[in-house]
Design a protein around this ligand. Sequence first.
Ligand SMILES: C[S@@+](CC[C@H](N)C(=O)[O-])C[C@H]1O[C@@H](n2cnc3c(N)ncnc32)[C@H](O)[C@@H]1O
Length: 395
Amino acid sequence: MDRIGGLGEAEYARRMRAERRHFREMYLGAGEPTNAALDYMHRRWEATIAEETGKPPWQHVIDFVNGREHTTVLSLGAGACTHELDVAGWFTSSFSLDCLDMNEELLASGRAEGERRGIRVQTIRQDANRMELEAGRYDLVVAFSCLHHLVELEEVYLQVARALRPEGRFFVLDVTARNRMRLWPEALVVADALWELLPARLRRELTAPEGDKPVREQIPDLVAAGEGFECIRSEEVLPLLERFYPLDHLVKGCAFARQFLQADFGPNYDLEVSQDRQILEALWETDQRLVKAGLLRPGYFFAWARRSEASTEEFARAADEFHARGPEAVEAERMAPAAELESLRREVERLRWEVEGLRKSTSFRLGKLFVSRLAFLRRLKKPGARGDIESGPTG
Ligand SMILES: C[S@@+](CC[C@H](N)C(=O)[O-])C[C@H]1O[C@@H](n2cnc3c(N)ncnc32)[C@H](O)[C@@H]1O
């Protein structure tokens, strides 16, 4: 692999340093930035997974381990091993736990915490883009919130396939948003329509440099900050997983709601206020319905996969395709043409009075309205259409 992730060695090394610094400062400092509204949305996401798969995501891991005699577990991009140690506390069968990350400081903190709790964790400091895992070593591989930081996804998926035993499972809970965490243009049109419904106090940009925290007229299309690898190929994380792995469970969600609730606007919401809770619920419900109907592409997903039976050549072919085209080409292919987006804007505009009417009712079921009425999104969904979104609804 001469040009890793379509970058030269020097550029790759520079961005890896930035990535390492970012996570070291975050996880050994204040932790991942969050707020009550974002936490609320994440709880709704977990509840959706539980509804659709019969249990919360990590319970799949616990039940798998506890249903066997001895389980060898590997977690990729485990950081300070926080979730792994919490989950291991519920294991009642014997297990070994390997945590891999590129960041030694985070792993060291995980080892120390493991010792404190009496849980032995073997840490592996390695760049996952270049890892070579021992064939047939693991019963379970976990990837929590890590694949969207990786650029050599085909290689990573190949390594996991090799490392899993025949009855092994692959747990993935991750981000598959448009690259750099941006919204897809069609999601932006829908998000803008919802944005207009919000009271001004929820559109106040708290992180703006200006002193008076301006009220934004449109939802900003965030681009992941930093020089590292945040969402470098996130939009391909799920399509590639689906291409190579048989999935026992797949749950998709969150096309745009997160953009309403990050540090810039999220702390505006007060969960003690019933109007705010109602708005959060409406945002979540609209988003989830549109994703579930296959009309908007997901930003998050949960998958519980069996071992891939694809051959090394198939993975290598996919990696070659990627190296020949670079990370941006897929995004361009998946964009809806401007004229079609204009017609979506017009459709959303035509629904405006109905949406306004719904806002006045106690529980506004925007999701239902959008799903039934936005003919544009249905056209976009047709297999073979430019910007085709999904092959169909799941779950
Ligand atoms: C969003 S964090 C998630 C950490 C952990 N799974 C959690 O949820 O607390 C992403 C993690 O992936 C790690 N990571 C990013 N790129 C990596 C790479 N190329 N190889 C190994 N680890 C990587 C980072 O160091 C970081 O710990």
